[in-house]
Design a protein around this ligand. Structure first.
Ligand SMILES: [Zn+2]
Length: 291
């Protein structure tokens, strides 16, 4: 059994046929580790692009890859064939975050007319896995260099931001936090469900009557005393959340609730936030309804 830690470089190119921008893979790098985590081989190959043979400035600056180099690269199908033979059979593929694997899937669809990356049987998201071991306050910061630093690895050992360098750095992180039981939990079979999940785009629910949600979600209680509340202003959708104003007789307070409902592949993410509202002075001071 081997662990294949893979990284891609791509160029954002406009495809006239698809009439949209596509991240076209220009380089594939990978490190193969054996069961004892020794490096059993490396893979590095430039891909000759089809959609655009001009690199964006950002990619040139970051990777120092030149237009001439990619033009001399090998066709995508050939590089994939080489990668497949190099990887061998019994292995777990890993990438840092799922962006690379999603990009590879898009390139498989466009250039190979395939709806799956057929040579990958098992996959683990290395970023997700490493986050289990690193205490990161801000998960959005969990870039590869940041994670490496948290694990006392100097990212400058691999400074070139080329696919192989980034795979090597990812492999170092992986070695530091290796735990076969946890990795087993994080490893998924690349079946139909895996690809459906990969291409699923989470979205916000914008309609109160959306069949995806249980209407009970809109029942409101006071967050201080738990009592049923009076609706002052009914739910209204705007800015990614529903908002409503409520009044609790028990606490004599008015508050606003913001409810954000996001549909993920296999669960609804519901965030409920409460905001205090200052009651009209006349009402709180005199205790009279000023109608
Ligand atoms: Zn209350």
């Amino acid at each position: 059994m081997h662990y294949i830690i893979m990284d891609l470089e791509w160029n954002n190119a406009y495809s006239r046929t698809s009439q949209k921008f596509i991240n076209e893979i220009i380089e594939i790098g990978a490190v193969k580790l054996d069961e004892k985590l020794n490096v059993a081989g490396t893979f590095s190959q430039l891909v000759k692009p089809v959609i655009s043979n001009k690199l964006r400035a950002r990619i040139k600056d970051l990777t120092h890859i030149t237009n001439d180099e990619i033009r001399a690269g090998k066709p995508f199908a050939d590089v994939i064939e080489e990668l497949k033979n190099w990887a061998g059979n019994d292995c777990i593929f890993m990438t840092w975050g799922d962006t690379d694997i999603r990009t590879m899937l898009t390139n498989f669809k466009i250039f190979l007319n395939k709806n799956s990356i057929d040579f990958i049987e098992k996959y683990a998201d290395l970023q997700k896995y490493c986050q289990r071991f690193i205490d990161m306050k801000d998960l959005s910061q969990a870039g590869l260099s940041y994670a490496a630093e948290c694990l006392n690895i100097d990212p400058e050992q691999f400074p070139h931001h080329r696919a192989l360098d980034d795979s090597r750095l990812s492999a170092e992180c992986f070695k530091k936090v290796f735990n076969s039981d946890i990795l087993f939990e994080d490893t998924v079979l690349c079946d139909g469900d895996f690809y459906s999940r990969l291409v699923f785009k989470p979205f916000y629910i914008t309609d109160k009557n959306d069949p995806l949600i249980d209407k009970g979600i809109f029942n409101c209680y006071c967050d201080m005393c738990g009592a049923k509340v009076t609706v002052m202003k009914d739910w209204k959708y705007g800015n990614q959340s529903f908002r409503g104003d409520f009044y609790c007789e028990n606490c004599n307070r008015e508050f606003r609730v913001a409810l954000r409902i996001k549909k993920n592949y296999d669960y609804l993410d519901v965030k409920r936030r409460y905001f205090e509202k200052i009651r009209a002075k006349a009402l709180t001071q005199s205790g009279q309804q000023d109608e």
